[in-house]
Ligand binder design. Structure first.
Ligand SMILES: [Zn+2]
Length: 323
């Protein structure tokens, strides 16, 4: 059973909105684009796991996606946590194309693609660390010390996995996504006495959900950007160019003449993701462009059901759940 579903990470949504609104000639554009590509590959790899995980017997396994917990002073993040009364498994998901070689001596993996080599941090060491953090976390909340199985799952079936033949340890921790079920069956047979009562499972479930803290990312700080770097205006959903003009109650693209009734919604979502989730009439006019105060008021009243204050200081809250 899925106890915590996977949703598109807010950081990925922010990068998407940013790439739309940053001129391609901006000095940070290519860095942001490559960060976005990496994050997106990670997200797609984790999404890819949904099918094999759905084949696990639902009554025995609780599946938590993307948990970020506080262990004392530091956060630790787990791509997937599988909870049973008998054991916990943490899955670190890697979606890397090309061929990868596990260099356990230097705690690194080396990816080769199109003749180029690139180093990545060793995911086996990473997932073992997460297991240690989780062990501490369970202890801190008074849960029994149940066995924790850390695994690295290679999501991309075309990835060629290469291991040092002398390395006897790494193969125990790295599996292709198609092997998840058989691995879990193996651990089901290995751990036969329950560590948690049904009541404790429920308690742990609630504690994991309550303790999850999504990562906050200040995108301007991270890339040393200014708000003035952003392209303002409403984007044409047809040809993706900026800006659209407000004509007779609709938005009309200056380039391709596409007409839209509600293209401002996406612009307001971008504003919520990149700048802040509340907006005044004046800020909306400045960001959307070419509209009167009355039009801005109508748009904001339609889109934002919640507002606060009066007159010029009135703040409209852009619904982020729809972002
Ligand atoms: Zn257009």
């Amino acid at each position: 059973m899925i106890a915590k579903p996977r949703t598109k990470p807010i950081s990925l949504l922010k990068l998407e909105a940013l790439l739309k609104r940053l001129p391609e000639v901006h000095p940070k554009y290519s860095l942001i684009k490559s960060d976005y590509a990496k994050q997106k590959a990670g997200y797609l790899g984790e999404k890819f796991l949904e099918y094999p995980l759905s084949c696990l017997p639902g009554k025995d396994y609780l599946i938590f996606n993307d948990l970020r917990l506080l262990n004392g002073k530091h956060f630790f993040q787990m791509d997937v946590l599988l909870l049973t009364p008998f054991f916990i498994s943490i899955l670190e998901v890697k979606n890397i194309s090309g061929s990868i070689f596990f260099n356990s001596l230097f705690k690194q993996i080396i990816r080769t693609i199109e003749g180029k080599e690139e180093g990545f941090a060793d995911p086996v060491a990473q997932v073992k660390r997460q297991a240690e953090h989780l062990r501490d976390w369970l202890e801190r909340y008074g849960f029994p010390a149940l066995p924790i199985v850390p695994l690295v799952v290679i999501a991309n079936e075309r990835t060629v996995i290469k291991l040092d033949p002398r390395d006897k340890i790494t193969p125990n921790f790295v599996i292709p996504s198609s092997d998840i079920i058989s691995n879990m069956r193996f651990y089901d047979k290995k751990f036969t006495s329950p560590f948690l009562t049904p009541r404790q499972v429920k308690k742990l479930y609630s504690r994991l959900i309550a303790d999850h803290t999504p990562v906050e990312m200040d995108i301007f700080q991270r890339y040393a950007l200014q708000k003035t770097d952003l392209i303002k205006g409403v984007q044409c959903p047809g040809c993706l160019s900026f800006p659209m003009n407000r004509v007779h109650g609709n938005w009309k693209c200056l380039r391709c003449s596409h007409v839209s009734q509600d293209a401002h919604n996406q612009a307001l979502k971008d504003y919520a993701l990149l700048i802040k989730t509340s907006i005044t009439n004046k800020e909306a006019r400045d960001f959307l462009g070419s509209i009167s105060s009355d039009t801005a008021k109508r748009i904001l009243q339609q889109t934002c059901k919640v507002s606060e204050g009066n007159n010029k200081g009135k703040l409209y809250f852009i619904p982020v759940d729809k972002v």
